[in-house]
Design a binder for this molecule. Structure first.
Ligand SMILES: [Zn+2]
Length: 424
């Protein structure tokens, strides 16, 4: 693979899993994840643990992930986050459950904290929005507390929540990315160092035409994946769907960095899994035809999806010999290998351990996958040097568990340098 993929510096790099350091503080530091969730009432088929499991819902009528709901109970209902030690809180946002039936957005809601002897409303809130299909953010005067309670007053039905996030800093007060290239002043020098280093170490940085950027533009704004299931374990349809949903969620974290920035044209970049490769068809315990299945097509000692359908093998973007046609092509592979302890990433996709991936299906940040996806966009490793003033970021393996501001600006810098390829 090294021969064909020219992102040599980014290829087949093993990421140690030991010694994970702290991520840089930021708005993505969701303190709710470390709390225990309880509620006034929970319908027997719902789960209050849904409210802080870190899963971003795609809509208020989420039928895939677990939810917290109080049907048939109405009136005042609450969900409570309890920490084992006091937390400094300054903001929270909530995603309402609304199935347009028995569970609806509340008529009103508010946040309360535990003073040590009673619940009190947080102060300084300008409004409590009740929008569906998005987070509803609230900033408030800072409190230090072991409990945060979301109190809902029902409206047209019972109430529920899909997710609650809580933060030590205010939401939305950071300056949004400017329309042109204008990184924070403290990042100008380290970003320049990174780009210079890449120009010096990549042997075909500007000529290479199979970065994830190229793949996105080749399809007009989407990415197809094929899963290489390099394991003897079986996979149910439900597991398949979660594996795919996790992939979509992680890819979105990178794409969201670009939305609204410097002429980037896509508001979303949908990720579709079009195929699975496996040694034995019987391992895949579904009968539906929602994905193509490639059986015992072994390359690199692992199942591989058909080459005629793979972008890596057809970099013109044409797939004349792909049985299902271009719509069945895959841009990248998600290569999940049993017993694999690190990661590798490049234009061909990402490779990580199958056990690691499956055990992180509910994780907000699957950090090894995020790192390897960074390589697919061209981002480099930082094994032997560190840009000025930087310590911890996802592309410096083992130093962060989520995409940081520096990672975001490195990604945007790639767009700055490549965008004229597509006329921007
Ligand atoms: Zn790496």
């Amino acid at each position: 693979m090294r021969k064909v993929a020219v992102v040599i510096a980014a290829l087949a790099v093993v990421l140690g899993t030991a010694g994970v350091a702290q991520a840089a503080p930021g708005q993505s530091d969701n303190l709710a994840r470390s709390a225990t969730a309880t509620a006034s009432y929970t319908s027997s088929w719902e789960s209050v643990a849904a409210v802080n499991d870190g899963i971003d819902p795609s809509t208020s009528n989420d039928t895939v992930n677990r939810r917290w709901g109080t049907w048939p109970n109405t009136g005042e209902q609450w969900a409570l986050l309890t920490w084992s030690s006091a937390q400094t809180l300054k903001s929270a946002d909530v995603y309402f459950f609304d199935d347009n039936g028995g569970v609806r957005v509340p008529a009103s809601w508010r946040l309360q904290y535990w003073t040590g002897s009673a619940y009190a409303d947080v102060s300084g809130v300008s409004s409590y929005p009740v929008a569906v299909n998005q987070y509803n953010a609230v900033n408030f005067n800072q409190v230090s507390t072991t409990r945060l309670r979301v109190v809902l007053q029902s409206g047209a039905g019972s109430v529920g929540l899909l997710e609650v996030r809580a933060y030590a800093s205010a939401i939305g007060t950071t300056t949004p990315p400017p329309s042109g290239w204008n990184p924070p002043s403290n990042l100008v020098q380290p970003l320049s160092e990174v780009w210079t280093h890449q120009e010096q170490t990549y042997n075909n940085l500007y000529g290479f035409r199979n970065y994830a950027w190229d793949q996105i533009f080749a399809t007009g704004g989407s990415i197809n994946y094929c899963v290489r299931w390099d394991s003897s374990a079986s996979v149910t349809a439900a597991q398949r769907d979660k594996i795919q949903a996790t992939l979509q969620r992680q890819f979105k974290k990178w794409v969201d960095v670009m939305v609204g920035h410097n002429g980037w044209p896509y508001a979303t970049v949908p990720v579709k899994v079009v195929g699975w490769a496996v040694r034995d068809r019987a391992q895949l315990q579904w009968t539906d035809t929602s994905v193509d299945i490639y059986v015992n097509n072994i390359r690199e000692n692992a199942p591989q999806c058909g080459e005629p359908c793979g972008r890596f093998f057809n970099q013109s973007g044409n797939y004349p010999n792909c049985p299902g046609g271009a719509s069945h092509h895959y841009d990248m592979s998600l290569w999940l290998t049993s017993g694999f302890g690190g990661g590798a990433g490049g234009d061909w996709g990402q490779r990580i351990g199958s056990e690691y991936y499956v055990s992180n299906l509910d994780a907000d940040n699957v950090h090894i996958l995020l790192h390897e996806m960074g390589h697919s966009f061209g981002l480099d490793d930082f094994y032997d040097w560190t840009p000025t003033g930087q310590c911890c970021f996802i592309m410096k393996a083992g130093s962060a568990t989520q995409i940081t501001e520096f990672d975001k600006w490195m990604l945007r810098d790639w767009w700055r340098h490549l965008k004229n390829r597509w006329g921007y």
